[in-house]
Ligand binder design. Structure first.
Ligand code: FES
Length: 363
């Protein structure tokens, strides 16, 4: 229920209306089987879903959305899921990057045009994260991110096989005659062993780490494997939390300050993240009018060493990273370099969220 001392939620402009127009807005949604009291002024939570079988990395998002809805209902909200264009890195031609800004417009206008008070962004594959973050930032409602999470570690004949990294190495071996075509084909079924995004520290895992280090997700978002039950708990808790965020009016612009971007830049250095983070974070900052330049990446991030040993440059995979503590462990390690008064979607600062496994956000 809305607090009578505060202005009514945005969705009241639709569902709070009398007469013919209010009838339209409510009646068609009642066709989903919704009772009348769903329109009583409770926060309406849009679940922005990039689920698509053409984006296999995001194929777990149908199930994840159901867990978000449980949390939203539990906290007294009204969830409404909607699809947006999904950018699958491996299938789309000529390149997913060509459509990043187009998708961000889809996201922005889908949120702005509809009776939505708060948003949960379900994302995963490389460009799905920046496009959703950019579009949502332009509308600036209370927003929380939930990533699909990395797939289980690839494994071929007892050896780790990293998404992309393994393909490139093995294709060279085929060219050199040290690996047969049959072995190469066998490995094709051993790399993506489950639903989820690439399990190296490529762009998808980097951007999920950026979402977490920006304070835009609950802790542990970056590394919980896509099919681990703890990922579904994270979605459930995010559903609960977004309802509270609407009641607190904790908008994206309150979280995504220059301090948050500085924290993300330092985190990117510490995880050896993808260089694609540079273009995406600049674009997200631009949507909110936060000053951020290429030079900031040098000045803010260049003195931090890479602390993790993950493919493509290192040895291990995201599943190993999660068992070793995931991003919260990295943030603790670099905490003296972080701006600890930056607000996160928890409503807490990184200083108060670290160590991050706390009641209420524990997955
Ligand atoms: Fe989708 Fe790598 S191709 S996450």
């Amino acid at each position: 229920m809305s607090d009578s001392s505060k202005p009514p939620f945005r969705s009241r402009q639709w569902f709070g209306r009398e007469g013919k127009q209010g009838f339209y807005y409510r009646s068609w949604l009642k066709g989903l089987g919704l009772p009348h009291d769903m329109f009583d002024g409770r926060p309406v939570i849009g679940i922005c879903n990039t689920l698509s079988e053409l984006t296999p990395c995001n194929s777990s998002l149908r199930e994840l959305a159901e867990h978000v809805k449980r949390g939203v209902y539990e906290a007294g909200g009204f969830p409404l899921e909607f699809p947006v264009m999904s950018l699958g890195e491996t299938q789309i031609r000529p390149t997913a990057m060509l459509f990043r800004n187009l998708t961000s417009m889809d996201v922005e206008e889908s949120i702005r045009a509809n009776p939505i008070d708060g948003v949960v962004l379900l994302m995963g594959c490389d460009k799905t994260t920046p496009s959703l973050m950019m579009g949502a930032a332009s509308v600036d409602l209370p927003t929380i991110g939930v990533s699909a999470g990395p797939s289980l570690s690839g494994n071929w004949r007892g050896k780790p096989l990293g998404s992309g990294t393994g393909v490139i190495g093995m294709s060279e071996m085929v060219r050199a005659g040290t690996l047969s075509q049959d072995e190469f084909t066998e490995a094709e079924s051993c790399m993506q062993r489950s639903k989820g995004s690439c399990m190296t520290m490529g762009t998808a895992s980097t951007m999920a780490s950026m979402v977490e280090s920006l304070g835009m997700s609950l802790p542990e978002n970056a590394a919980i494997p896509a099919v681990d039950a703890r990922r579904f708990r994270l979605a459930h808790l995010s559903g609960r939390r977004i309802v509270e965020m609407v009641r607190e009016d904790l908008r994206m612009s309150k979280v995504l300050t220059r301090a948050a971007f500085a924290n993300a830049i330092r985190t990117n250095a510490a995880i050896g993240g993808s260089t694609n983070a540079v273009i995406h974070l600049l674009a997200i900052a631009g949507r909110l009018g936060v000053p951020l330049s290429l030079q900031d990446w040098d000045e803010i991030g260049s003195r931090l060493p890479c602390l993790i040993n993950l493919m493509p440059s290192g040895q291990y995979l995201m599943e190993d990273f999660y068992y070793a503590g995931g991003l919260p462990a990295v943030l603790r390690e670099i905490s003296r370099h972080l701006e600890l008064d930056a607000l996160t979607v928890n409503g807490r600062t990184p200083a108060r969220t670290s160590p991050m496994r706390r009641a209420g956000t524990r997955t």
